[in-house]
Design a protein around this ligand. Structure first.
Ligand code: GLA
Length: 600
């Protein structure tokens, strides 16, 4: 079936089709839950689902591809068709999306040949072309022209927010075409003139992204593109959160009125997000406060609930009902009734009974030490995310002087001769006063934690680790680096049975130095949904049966519970592992029936 673009709107097989789309990222929802979530989109009155494709999920290492499990794009597109939905696909290389590095693989930052991202840099394009060789044929098989459900495919993502390399956009568009994409291509950008001037391509449908002010946005688009039908490719009905900032919500009535404004102007729409899901494991990205300098690092929280109409666990919200009432007026027939989400576990508490200090278990957990004159980055060490212990000797006698860092990404526990000396944090606390060394010198350790790589703006290409460490004005040299990668499966590497220092943390003795892995067991009768809270913990990561739910940061918030989806549980005993970085006051996890994303 051909899907075509005309001045008046879209035509499917010659008949008008208003695209009523909602964003749902398969990589933020477990595959067992895709069918339910997709049916919820239908039940809201949508006829289409939109998803990005995160390159970094599918090519975790150069040339090693993954399209299985949660990365089964093929399966997701089939599930969408089974749910009665067309699909719009935004296939990378760059996706933004509050996703680690905007979807670009971390290893691009380790390739010295790649001098720049998101432009016609030949080494960057060579990686993109190889990736497209794998991805695009898979995608092309799902097009409506081949009996599938994919209506249209985006070129790059809001390129006008970043650069002006039209040749790069042309390369991508030609690459999609050459590998079999024959449905319409489109670009999407903010409605301002410089966004549209930088991000659009002659001869390719241009769309606009906004959260309100449809009339003005479409007028801006029309001035530039009088022959393109109006489409809002991202109607922002909610928003995401950063650690340490307020939780963002958008009133349902306000959002529904803005949605009605889009549709009354005759436009097609993609609601961003219809269902947000979760930034599991280490996939949450980050922003920067200043879009021209890239300064002011702002890591994104684990939940991607987004204040979307279908909430993080797939339940109906007030916004869902308000949107349904608007969409009903434009849908082909009455939408199906929404289905209830999975049941919830009874509330409870899991004591974390085992503990292993990370610094005492490096032989089991860390890669072999790497020696270098200056601290190697995570990328140079071949690590996507986690912790790297950087160690050197500070010659003495000297000091006390200030210890400072340059290029810290993103947070470091500092140890002097094995004793905690303080915590450094990117852009917020980059020096420690009063660091001295005795005549024999001191052993200095920085245990650096990475958080998400920046996914938007000039901060893109965010290397992790620490670039330079200074004592007074002097650069410290002669480092060893030991990397502990964190992600799915990490607790399997923890030596839970290793003998412990009997004095550690008992009878008033000081607790173990540095981060600690804790473990406990949750008994359930039947798998069901839950929210996990860690009121006695401070900052770290949680795993359920080896699957990493993501980061928590109790002291910062706003998010204070983690969504635990039912497919991760099994009837009987389930392992809950926690890596606490800053020291637990009470090593326990609470099972709750309601989320705490930080209140309004
Ligand atoms: C932009 C991007 C999206 C997402 C939203 C904010 O529009 O295109 O990927 O980052 O902002 O949620």
């Amino acid at each position: 079936m051909p899907f075509t673009v005309s001045r008046e709107g879209f035509l499917l097989d010659g008949r008008p089709l208003r695209v009523l789309s909602g964003a749902l990222h398969y990589f933020r929802v477990l595959p067992e839950q895709w069918p339910h979530r997709l049916r919820m989109l239908r039940a809201m009155g949508l006829n289409t689902v939109e998803t990005y494709v995160p390159w970094n999920l599918h090519e975790p290492h150069p040339g090693a591809y993954d399209f299985t499990g949660g990365a089964d794009l093929d399966g997701f597109l089939r599930a969408a068709r089974d749910a009665g939905l067309y699909a719009v696909v935004r296939p990378s290389p760059y996706i933004c999306a509050e996703w680690e590095n905007g979807g670009l693989p971390w290893w691009l930052l380790a390739d010295r040949e790649v001098r720049a991202l998101r432009c016609g840099d030949p080494a960057f394009l060579a990686h993109v072309d190889r990736w497209y060789d794998r991805l695009v044929p898979l995608l092309a098989a799902h097009q409506v022209t081949r009996g599938g459900n994919v209506l249209m495919v985006q070129v790059e993502n809001e390129y006008g927010s970043y650069g002006t390399d039209t040749g790069y956009l042309e390369h991508l568009a030609a690459g999609l075409r050459a590998r079999g994409v024959d449905v319409p291509l489109f670009t999407s950008d903010g409605p301002e003139d410089f966004f549209l001037a930088g991000g659009t391509l002659p001869g390719t449908l241009a769309t606009v992204n906004f959260g309100s002010g449809a009339g003005e946005a479409f007028a801006g688009l029309r001035r530039l593109r009088p022959d393109d039908p109006p489409m809002c490719a991202e109607f922002w009905c909610g928003w995401f959160d950063h650690w340490g900032a307020a939780h963002t919500v958008r009133e349902p009535d306000d959002a529904a009125a803005a949605l009605a404004g889009v549709l009354e102007s005759g436009a097609s729409v993609n609601i961003y997000m219809a269902h947000g899901g979760t930034n599991f494991s280490t996939w949450a990205g980050a922003n920067t406060a200043d879009h021209t300098t890239g300064a002011g690092y702002l890591p994104t929280v684990t939940s991607y609930d987004y204040d979307a109409p279908v909430d993080e666990r797939g339940a109906v919200t007030e916004k869902f009902l308000a949107f349904r009432a608007v969409l009903e007026r434009y849908a082909d027939g009455p939408p199906p009734e929404p289905e209830p989400p999975a049941p919830l576990l009874p509330p409870g508490r899991v004591r974390l009974v085992d503990s292993v200090a990370l610094l005492g278990a490096l032989d089991a957990l860390a890669a072999p030490p790497v020696a270098a004159a200056t601290p190697p980055s995570f990328e140079e060490l071949g690590v996507a995310h986690g912790l790297v212990l950087y160690e050197t000797r500070v010659p003495g006698p000297r000091g006390p002087y200030t210890l400072s860092v340059r290029g810290l990404a993103d947070r470091a526990h500092v140890f002097v001769d094995g004793r905690p000396a303080g915590v450094l944090e990117r852009d917020a606390a980059e020096s420690l006063d009063g660091i001295a060394a005795p005549p024999g010198g001191a052993r200095l350790g920085l245990l650096v934690e990475s958080m998400g790589r920046v996914n938007y703006g000039v901060g893109l290409g965010d290397r992790k680790g620490v670039r330079e460490v200074l004592h007074a004005q002097q650069l410290l040299h002669g480092w060893t680096a030991r990397a502990v990668e964190l992600g799915h499966g990490t607790p399997e590497r923890v030596p839970w049975d290793a003998p412990r220092d009997p004095a550690a943390g008992r009878g008033g003795a000081p607790g173990p130095v540095g981060p600690v892995f804790h473990r406990g067991f949750l008994e359930v009768a039947e798998p069901a949904d839950a929210y996990l809270a860690l009121p006695g913990m401070r900052k770290g990561y949680v795993w359920v049966n080896g699957f990493c739910l993501g980061r928590y940061w109790q002291e910062r918030g706003p998010q204070r519970t983690l969504y635990l989806p039912w497919p991760l549980l099994r009837a009987g005993r389930n392992e809950i592992a926690v890596l606490e970085l800053d020291g637990a006051a009470d090593a326990a996890v609470e099972v709750r029936r309601a989320p705490d994303l930080g209140g309004a």
